[in-house]
Design a protein. Structure first.
Length: 385
């Protein structure tokens, strides 16, 4: 049987040339192809914890004949088998527990379904006027010669072509605030598109007047910047300054985080410490910069971009990430309070994904299928056992 690590790397497209050759030789056999297809399907719909210390081989043997042809499954404790067996064990235990409750006529406790976030935001104009934005609140207003339209889950800024008065000489700034459990999409006056994540704030001019296009971000946003070689687009996040001409990238700059992460999808960006312009780095696609807020240092690394931008297309994806960090992300989206009963649980690493618009119960089930972690949900308080 091939090493399970090679199967895992193949699923995640991280094989070396030598490992790819080994994999291709192995999968030529029909039974190996069937085995890989099952593993691939599981990881697409499920999950896997690293550092599994629970030995459940004996449990697996009881279910093996019912789940698949025994000739297709290795008796070695591969991570795939371990996680899948834990899922089956949890299902059977849950069924027995349910039947036991019914036999004793005990009342069933049904937990409330924690729904996902949705499109909602607060627009604050330069004069202090506030508009609550949502999918059901469509409107058109004007700021000078700029028309501001809110429709569905999108707010857009565009110059009124019928108005010949020209532009104002001063930049007027608006602020878009996204609460926990919210998200919103904005198209700026230059055509730049921005997806703003939960618990974030974006400050931007109604119309770009100067030699550069400056905006300010607290929180997380994904950018598709409209190209303009004469006016660089600049994003200020705390002590970080990102300069681009036209490209796609993600910035995560929450106030409570110790680092600012900038992840490049397309094009090129310059990332620098706004207090020290000599401290900078240039990113290429599939690279990420990490600015340490405490020291001001910036370093870059190659990353799997999809993990950091999946939220913008409706997914959560995690690659060997501590459950403590994952729960920070989920807490913002589902508007949860999260508590850990044990530090040992908080450092467990998880790889997998689930749909962003599913209820928290679905995300919880996928994580619990590993057999290494359990949730206790009390309203919007989540206790991890």
């Amino acid at each position: 049987m091939i090493d399970s690590d090679i199967i895992w790397k193949k699923i995640n497209n991280t094989l070396s040339e030598e490992e790819e050759t080994e994999f291709l030789n192995w999968i030529k056999k029909k039974e190996h192809q069937l085995y890989y297809d099952k593993a691939l399907q599981y990881f697409k719909n499920g999950s896997n914890f690293e550092n599994d210390e629970i030995n459940i081989e004996s449990k697996w043997e009881n279910f093996e004949s019912k789940l698949a042809d025994s000739s297709l499954i290795s008796k070695s404790s591969s991570k795939f088998i371990t996680a899948l067996a834990a899922c089956v064990s949890l299902l059977i235990i849950s069924t027995i527990f349910f039947l036991h409750l019914n036999q004793n006529n005990s009342p069933l406790i049904i937990e409330a379904v924690v729904q996902p976030g949705k499109s909602k935001a607060k627009l604050i104009l330069d004069g202090g006027e506030i508009y609550e934005l949502s999918q059901n609140n469509n409107f058109n207003i004007f700021s000078g010669v700029t028309q501001i339209s809110n429709k569905g889950s999108k707010i857009s800024y565009s110059k009124d072509k019928l108005n010949n008065k020209g532009s104002s000489s001063d930049e007027i700034y608006h602020t878009l605030e996204i609460p926990r459990g919210g998200e919103y999409f904005i198209e700026l006056s230059d055509g730049t598109k921005i997806w703003i994540n939960s618990d974030s704030k974006l400050r931007y001019p109604v119309e770009f007047m100067g030699h550069s296009r400056n905006i300010e971000l607290i929180g997380e946003a994904y950018f598709e910047v409209s190209h303009n070689s004469d006016k660089p687009f600049i994003v200020i996040s705390g002590n970080q300054r990102v300069e681009v001409l036209g490209t796609s990238f993600n910035i995560s700059s929450y106030e409570q985080d110790n680092f600012i992460l900038t992840t490049l999808v397309e094009g090129q960006v310059k990332v620098e410490n706004s207090r020290n312009e000599q401290n900078n780095t240039y990113l290429k696609p599939n690279q990420q910069s990490i600015l340490d807020k405490n020291t001001g240092s910036i370093k870059s690394q190659n990353v799997r971009v999809d993990e950091y931008v999946a939220w913008q297309s409706g997914w959560f994806r995690f690659n060997d990430k501590p459950i403590s960090q994952i729960m920070v992300i989920l807490a913002r989206w589902y508007d949860l309070e999260v508590l850990f009963e044990s530090n040992n649980t908080a450092v467990k690493h998880f790889s997998g994904g689930f749909k962003r618009y599913d209820s928290f119960n679905q995300a919880r089930k996928i994580i619990e299928q590993t057999g290494e972690i359990n949730f206790k949900v009390q309203g919007r308080k989540v206790i991890i056992l």
